[in-house]
Design a binder for this molecule. Structure first.
Ligand SMILES: Cc1cc2nc3c(=O)[nH]c(=O)nc-3n(C[C@H](O)[C@H](O)[C@H](O)COP(=O)(O)OP(=O)(O)OC[C@H]3O[C@@H](n4cnc5c(N)ncnc54)[C@H](O)[C@@H]3O)c2cc1C
Length: 456
C-alpha cells in the first residue's frame, strides 16, 4: 500500500527545490515499486489529479515542485541490477543516487559517464528526466547518450518498455517516432514517470589526472580552453572555467589561502589513459605556458581519490552561491543561475556581452564559471528581493536573445522547468512547440503530469 501523506510538515518538506521557488503540494506519495507508481497514476488519471515526479529535488528550475495535486517521490525505488559485462549495461531504478550508482559500479570496474556536479545528491530518474550533463560531457555527451531503454508508467497507469533500436539504416516512419527513448530523456516529468532504466556503461580508465591551471587573465584562460579543445596533442575529458571570484571559492574549499592569489581566472581539466599509457602532462604544461598560465601555481590531482577531491573545488561554486542567497529566500530573493550556451568559439564574446548587459543595467555581473569547453558558462546572480529578481531576469533575457542569434541555446543543462518556460519561444518556433504539445496530449491527454513544466 503506497504511503500518501497530507500532513503539512511532510508537504512542506517537498515544497522547495534548488530554484528558490516554494510550492506546497496537496499530498506527497512515496511508492516503493513500479506497480505502486502505475496504480497511483491510474487513480490520478481517473480523478484528474496532477502528479509531479520528484527525485532528490535538486532541480534549479522548479521542475520537481507543484502547488497542486501529488508530488510523487521516487526515492524508495532503489534497485540496482547486476552489471551485464557483455552488453556493458545495468538496469537501475530511478531513486538511486548517481553517486551511489557509481560506487556500486566501481566494484565491477565500470562507470556511468554523466557527471552533473550534483551527482552525490541527485537521482538516476532525475538525471534522465533532465538529460543531466556535467564537466565530462565534453568527452562523453549528456545523459541521453547513455540510456539504452526505459520502463515508463504512462499517465493512465500503463507500464510500457521503450528500447532504442540499433539499426544502421532505417527509413521507417518519421524520425521523431523512431526512437521513443528520446521522448522521455529530458522530458522533465511531463510525458511519463520513469520507473526503471537500462544504462550504458564504460570501463573505468586505467589512470586519470586533473590539472587546475591559474591564468593572469580571463582572456588567456578562455583562449587556452579553445586551443585545448582543438588540440591534437592533449585530449581533455573536461575543460572547466572559473572566474576570479570562483577561483577564490575553490581556494577556500581547498583550504590553501595563498594559492594563485594574483590569478584572474582558472581552467580545470582532466585527462585519462588506457593500458600503460602516461597522461599527457608535459603537453598540458607546454600548452598552458604558451597561453601565459601561472605555471608555478598549477595543481595536479593524480588518481581517482585526488580527482574526487578536485570535484569539491568545482562543487564549492554552486554551493557557495546557494549559501549566499539563502538569507534572501524569505524576502522574495533567489539565485539566478543561467545555463545558456553558444558554439564554443563564441564563448569569450558571449561572456563579455553578458557582463556588459549587466553593467549597463547597473547591476553586478555575477560570477561566471562552468563548461566553457562546451561554450557553456553559468552566470550566477544573487537577487535579494523580488524586484532584483525581475531586474536580473531582464538582463538575462537580453543576453538570451543574443545567445540565440549566435546559434546558442537558452538552457544547455538545467532544463526549462517552470522558471524558464517563458523563454522557450525565444529558441523554438511555433510549429516545434505545437509538435511537442501534440506529443504531450497523446501521452497525457488530461494534462496531469508535471503541470507548469516546459509547456506552461
Ligand atoms: C548544487 C547543484 C549543482 C548542479 N549541477 C548540475 C550539473 O552539473 N548538471 C546538470 O545537468 N544539473 C545540475 N544540477 C541540477 C540538478 O541537480 C539535475 O538536473 C539533476 O539531474 C536533477 O535530479 P533530481 O533527482 O534532483 O531530480 P528532481 O529535481 O527531483 O526532478 C527534476 C525533474 O525530473 C523529473 N523527474 C524526477 N524523477 C523522475 C522520474 N523517475 N520520472 C520522470 N520524471 C522524473 C521531475 O518531475 C522534474 O521535472 C545541479 C543542481 C544543484 C543544486
Amino acid at each position: 500500500m503506497t504511503d500518501i501523506s497530507h500532513d503539512l510538515s511532510v508537504r512542506e518538506s517537498f515544497a522547495r527545490d534548488a530554484s528558490g521557488l516554494w510550492r506546497v503540494p496537496d499530498a506527497v506519495a512515496r511508492p516503493s515499486s513500479a506497480e505502486e507508481v502505475a496504480a497511483l497514476l491510474r487513480g490520478a488519471h481517473r480523478d484528474g489529479t496532477a502528479v509531479t515526479a520528484a527525485g532528490s529535488q535538486t532541480s534549479t528550475t522548479g521542475a520537481s515542485i507543484c502547488d497542486r495535486g501529488l508530488v510523487l517521490s521516487l526515492r524508495a525505488l532503489q534497485g540496482i541490477g547486476a552489471v551485464n559485462h557483455e552488453t556493458r549495461t545495468v538496469e537501475v531504478e530511478p531513486g538511486v543516487l548517481l553517486g551511489d550508482l557509481q560506487r556500486a559500479l566501481a566494484a565491477d570496474g565500470m562507470f556511468f559517464p554523466p557527471d552533473p556536479t550534483s551527482d552525490q545528491e541527485c537521482t538516476v530518474g532525475g538525471a534522465i528526466a533532465c538529460n543531466a550533463s556535467g564537466p565530462r560531457t565534453l568527452r562523453y555527451g549528456a545523459t541521453r547518450a547513455h540510456v539504452e531503454a526505459v520502463t515508463v508508467a504512462l499517465a493512465d497507469g500503463r507500464l510500457e518498455r521503450f528500447r532504442r533500436p540499433h539499426l544502421e539504416k532505417n527509413t521507417v516512419g518519421l524520425h521523431i517516432a523512431q526512437d521513443a527513448v528520446d521522448w522521455f530523456v529530458g522530458s522533465e516529468g511531463i510525458l511519463g514517470v520513469i520507473v526503471s532504466a537500462e544504462l550504458r556503461l564504460q570501463p573505468r580508465p586505467a589512470h586519470e589526472i586533473g590539472l587546475a591551471i591559474p591564468f593572469p587573465t580571463e582572456a588567456q584562460a578562455l583562449a587556452c580552453i579553445i586551443a585545448a579543445r582543438e588540440s591534437r596533442v592533449v585530449s581533455p575529458r573536461c575543460l572547466e572555467y572559473f572566474d576570479a571570484e570562483c577561483l577564490a571559492m575553490a581556494r577556500d574549499a581547498r583550504g590553501e589561502p595563498t594559492w594563485a592569489l594574483t590569478a584572474g581566472a582558472m581552467v580545470y581539466t582532466e585527462e585519462t589513459t588506457v593500458g600503460d599509457d602516461e597522461p599527457p602532462l608535459e603537453a598540458w604544461l607546454e600548452l598552458a605556458d604558451a597561453f601565459g598560465a601561472d605555471t608555478d601555481d598549477i595543481r595536479v590531482f593524480d588518481g581517482e581519490s585526488a580527482i574526487f577531491e578536485a570535484r569539491r573545488l568545482r562543487h564549492a561554486v554552486p554551493a557557495t552561491m546557494h549559501e549566499r542567497v539563502a538569507p534572501y529566500l524569505k524576502t522574495g530573493g533567489r539565485r539566478i543561475s543561467t545555463d545558456w550556451a553558444v558554439p564554443y568559439r563564441l564563448a569569450p564574446q558571449a561572456v563579455a556581452m553578458a557582463r556588459a548587459y549587466a553593467h549597463e543595467a547597473g547591476v553586478t555581473p555575477g560570477v561566471v564559471y562552468g563548461h566553457l569547453g562546451n561554450g557553456h558558462p553559468h552566470q550566477n546572480f544573487v537577487a535579494r528581493t523580488a524586484d532584483e529578481v525581475a531586474l536580473f531576469e531582464r538582463v538575462v533575457e537580453r543576453t538570451l536573445r543574443d545567445v540565440i542569434a549566435m546559434g546558442g541555446t537558452v538552457a544547455a543543462e538545467h532544463g526549462i522547468g517552470k522558471l524558464k518556460a517563458r523563454w522557450l519561444p525565444l529558441q523554438m518556433g511555433s510549429t516545434q512547440i505545437a509538435v511537442m504539445r501534440a506529443l504531450k496530449h497523446e501521452l497525457d491527454p488530461k494534462g496531469i503530469l508535471a503541470p507548469g513544466n516546459v509547456l506552461a
